[in-house]
Each structure stands twice: as structure tokens, then as C-alpha cells.
Ligand binder design. Structure first.
Ligand SMILES: Cc1cc2nc3c(=O)[nH]c(=O)nc-3n(C[C@H](O)[C@H](O)[C@H](O)COP(=O)(O)OP(=O)(O)OC[C@H]3O[C@@H](n4cnc5c(N)ncnc54)[C@H](O)[C@@H]3O)c2cc1C
Length: 444
């Protein structure tokens, strides 16, 4: 097999969604339970709610709907946690993806306050589910968000003070560059915020734990059950190659993998690819040098770098994006350059895994919640902040379906501006915009 065909095979393994796929070859898959399996849908069945997608959105919706007494069938094209939910950085960030001052300017103080409350509850909901269902997913606490440009330190300080004063949130504080140098050996930082309200975890173990929780509550989960189409009528009819679900309600929880299944919703988001690596296990001494307090870390670049240590002291580092249908052939080296920029001391460290995943972004980086009819609900476009917010989306979808839509509508009322060029031409506009900002990152 030549280099090209190896690269193509890897590409297909990681990104091809036409046929049912195993988990991507990541450190997460290597350290999770690969024996966990749910049977494909066969034949006809009925449920109150059919959910398409076995990531955090769909799995959390299944749990919360079951807890409200609804019968649930969840259809996943591949494996639960196969999508972004099993491949991400594992950062459970505090707040919405957009900063509160931006939300205040965009939506007014009352709406911004309601969004903040939902975001705080999102982190609490992740913790609560982990505790209640005894999910073993290496949950830890704290994030250090570092300024990469001189001048950004004042913005970070103002951000922390704003949350302290206006939102009465005191788990965040500003740290001066001298203190940051004690917390990490990372290079090129100009101050940071330390937020002890943030958490981090093993994302695939968390997704699998949610699936087991939903199943234990009586949700029927089917893997290898790609939905080919659905129709609306007196009931929603959802078709896979092997069967059909007849349901009162449908939840679309496919995020960056929605593709052509529902163009009306897919046109509101843009799928982009993001990449990660895992180093070999590091010595305890080196691990503490990189991140003294075992928090997660992230930076202020537009194409954000984010990293944390695994339970066995590997550095799990995310950096770099692309906006095409293909992943880079050599993901390890694609991400390694971003890591070495921050930690040159890892020059000789072996990279054991490199992988990518597809997430959905929106123009204003706020998620897109909504209804296509009285039967069809969706939530997606978390723009890199889905560990807490997709989990919360599941809870809010369950509330909305059971007739209490106030909090779902707090999210749904955030406008989702269309991409320049509309659905058909959104790629060129987005790519030009993204490349402009990533160039700005590199030029400093
Ligand atoms: C590399 C990377 C790093 C990230 N890091 C972070 C982070 O540190 N913190 C954070 O908060 N967020 C992060 N994110 C984003 C986060 O992972 C997502 O927002 C979140 O996982 C979205 O969950 P979801 O359930 O909506 O979608 P997904 O987890 O993508 O699940 C969608 C599922 O739908 C299934 N599906 C699609 N179409 C069909 C169909 N027709 N029939 C049946 N099933 C279908 C797919 O197979 C998939 O499993 C990251 C994302 C990536 C890719």
C-alpha cells in the first residue's frame, strides 16, 4: 500500500460517514470500553420521541425525557460518542461560548443574565449526571485561560472583574504573568484567568456513561442505525436501512454530521474540523511542569489551542482546524507544531495518537436551538463549547417537548445570523473569514 492509499484509508476511517464506522483511533478510544454496544434497529417500532444522534445532545435528551416519562428510541449511525462527543478536548467551560459583555450588547442585560444562569446550570448538570449515574470519566477541576498577545491581559482582567461584579461569580480571577509562569512552563503568555468553576473530563467515557444511564432508564438505543430520511404527518416516521420508528416528536441531535438529512437546519451551521494529539505518558515531574495544578488550559487565539493532562499523564493537546471535507494526512505533525510553540521542551516527546473530529459553528458562535414544526426540535452549533451546553441542550429539549419551553426559548431566541452567501455559498465566505483570523493569529 503506498503513502497515498494509507492516507486515504485513514481519512476514510476518520471522516467517512456513509457507512457505519468504529471509533476513530484516538487515545480516548484506546482508554475507553470498546465492548460497549447497542443493537441496530430492526423492524418497526414506536416511541413518544425519536432522537437522531448519540452524542451529548441526544444522550442527555434521552435521559431527561425518560425521567419525564416519555418513551425514547435513539438512533446513532455509528457508535455512541462516535462524533465530536467522543473526540473533543474534554474542557467543561464556564459560561456561554460568547462572553457575557458581548451577549449584553447583543441581547440586553436581562437576556444575557438568563443565558448566564443556563450556562452555570450546564456545568452543574454535567457534574450532577456524573455523580447520579456514577460515570467514571476522570472529572477534574479548573481552567487556566492564557493571553497570547500583550494587551489581552487587560481584557482578561476586565472579563474576570465583570463576572465577579455583575454576575456575582467569584470562581474566576485574573493572574499576573509572574504567577502564570509558576502555574505553567508554557511560553508566550501575558497573564491569564484562573477559573475554578470549570471542569475537565474524559469525553468518550462521559458519552458512554450517558448512554448507559439512558439505557438503564429504559431508552432504546440503536447503533449502526443511520437515519436515511424522515417524514412528518400525524406521526413522524423515521427510516433506517433496517427499520422504521413512528414517533410523536423528533429530536435532531446530529450537530456537525447533520449534512443532507435536514437541509433547513443544516444551513444554519457550518461543519469544521478540529484536531488533537496525545503524547506518550510523561513523568510526574514533567507533567507538573507543564500544568502545575492539573487544570485544563486554553489560549485566546481565534483558532484556539486547548490542552490538559490525561489520567496517565499524557498531554492531550488540541490545535489547528481545517474547513474542507478532508483531514490532514499526518494529524500528529499537523497539531505538534502548535504544541511545540507553547512547550518547546516536548521536542523529543513521542506522539502516540493524532485524530480529528467535526464540530458545528455558527456565525456568532452561539448555539442554534429551534423547532422546524410542532413535532421536530433541534439543537446544534455549539461552536466548540458543547461539553456543557450540548448536555444542557438535552435537558432543555426535554423541557420543551414536555410543554415547558421558557428556557429552551431563552436559547432559541438568540439570533443565528445566516452565513454570507447563504446555504449554498457559505463555504467560500466562511473559509475566507476563518483563514483571515487564523492568519491574524499567526502574525500576532
Ligand atoms: C476536536 C474537537 C475538540 C473539541 N473540544 C471541546 C472542548 O474541549 N470543550 C467543549 O465544550 N466542546 C468541545 N468540542 C465540541 C463538542 O465536542 C461538541 O460541541 C459536542 O460534542 C456536540 O455534541 P452533539 O451530541 O451535538 O454532536 P456529536 O457528538 O457530533 O454527535 C452527533 C452524532 O450524530 C450522529 N449522526 C449524524 N447523522 C446521523 C444520521 N443520519 N443517523 C443517525 N445518527 C447520525 C453522528 O454519528 C454522531 O455520533 C470539540 C469538538 C471537536 C471536534
Amino acid at each position: 500500500m503506498n503513502r497515498y492509499s494509507v492516507a486515504m484509508q485513514t481519512q476514510q476511517q476518520q471522516n467517512n460517514t456513509k457507512h457505519s464506522q468504529p471509533h476513530v483511533d484516538s487515545w480516548y478510544a484506546a482508554s475507553a470500553d470498546l465492548n460497549l454496544a447497542f443493537p441496530p434497529l430492526q423492524g418497526e417500532t414506536t416511541a413518544d420521541v425519536c432522537i437522531i444522534g448519540g452524542g451529548y445532545t441526544g444522550l442527555s435528551a434521552a435521559i431527561h425525557l425518560r425521567e419525564r416519562g416519555y418513551s425514547v428510541v435513539l438512533l446513532e449511525a455509528n457508535k455512541v460518542g462516535w462524533g465530536a462527543s467522543g473526540r473533543n478536548g474534554g474542557h467543561v467551560g464556564m459560561g456561554q461560548r460568547a462572553d457575557q459583555d458581548k451577549l449584553e450588547a447583543m441581547l440586553g442585560m436581562e437576556h444575557a443574565q438568563a443565558l448566564w444562569k443556563i450556562a452555570v446550570e450546564a456545568v452543574d448538570t454535567v457534574t450532577d449526571l456524573i455523580e447520579r449515574f456514577d460515570i467514571s470519566c476522570e472529572l477534574k477541576q479548573g481552567n487556566l485561560h492564557v493571553a497570547t498577545r500583550a494587551g489581552e491581559n487587560t481584557e482578561l482582567q476586565a472579563h474576570a472583574e465583570h463576572l465577579n461584579k455583575v454576575y456575582n461569580y467569584h470562581k474566576i480571577r485574573y493572574a499576573m504573568p509572574a504567577e502564570v509562569a509558576e502555574l505553567t512552563s508554557g511560553q508566550g503568555f501575558h497573564g491569564a484567568t484562573v477559573d475554578t468553576g470549570c471542569k475537565h473530563l474524559h469525553p468518550l467515557k462521559y458519552a458512554q456513561g450517558l448512554a448507559l444511564a439512558a439505557s438503564s432508564l429504559g431508552a432504546s438505543i440503536h447503533e449502526q442505525s443511520r437515519v436515511l430520511s424522515y417524514t412528518e404527518g400525524s406521526a413522524v416516521r423515521v427510516k433506517t436501512a433496517g427499520g422504521e420508528v413512528k414517533a410523536k416528536y423528533l429530536v435532531l441531535a446530529c450537530n456537525g454530521y447533520l449534512e443532507k438529512l435536514e437541509p433547513r437546519a443544516a444551513g444554519r451551521i457550518m461543519p469544521i474540523n478540529n484536531f488533537m494529539l496525545a503524547t506518550e505518558p510523561l513523568s510526574e515531574h514533567l507533567a507538573r511542569q507543564l500544568i502545575r495544578d492539573d487544570t485544563s488550559m486554553s489560549d485566546t487565539l481565534f483558532v484556539i489551542n486547548y490542552w490538559k493532562l490525561s489520567a496517565d499523564n499524557r498531554l492531550l493537546f488540541g490545535g489547528g482546524e481545517n474547513y474542507t471535507k478532508r483531514f490532514p494526512a499526518d494529524i500528529k505533525n499537523f497539531v505538534r507544531k502548535y504544541m511545540l510553540h507553547i512547550y518547546p521542551e516536548l521536542r523529543d516527546t513521542r506522539i502516540d495518537y493524532g485524530w480529528g473530529g467535526t464540530l458545528a459553528v455558527t456565525m456568532n458562535r452561539m448555539p442554534d436551538f429551534g423547532r422546524l414544526s410542532s413535532q421536530v426540535f433541534y439543537a446544534h452549533g455549539y461552536s466548540g463549547h458543547g461539553v456543557p451546553i450540548a448536555t444542557m441542550a438535552g435537558k432543555l429539549l426535554a423541557e420543551a417537548i414536555s410543554g415547558t419551553a421558557e428556557r429552551f426559548d431563552v436559547m432559541a431566541r438568540v439570533p443565528t445570523p445566516p452565513f454570507p452567501g447563504g446555504t449554498l455559498l457559505r463555504w467560500p465566505g466562511l473559509v475566507a473569514g476563518m483563514l483571515f483570523y487564523s492568519l491574524r493569529d499567526r502574525l500576532g
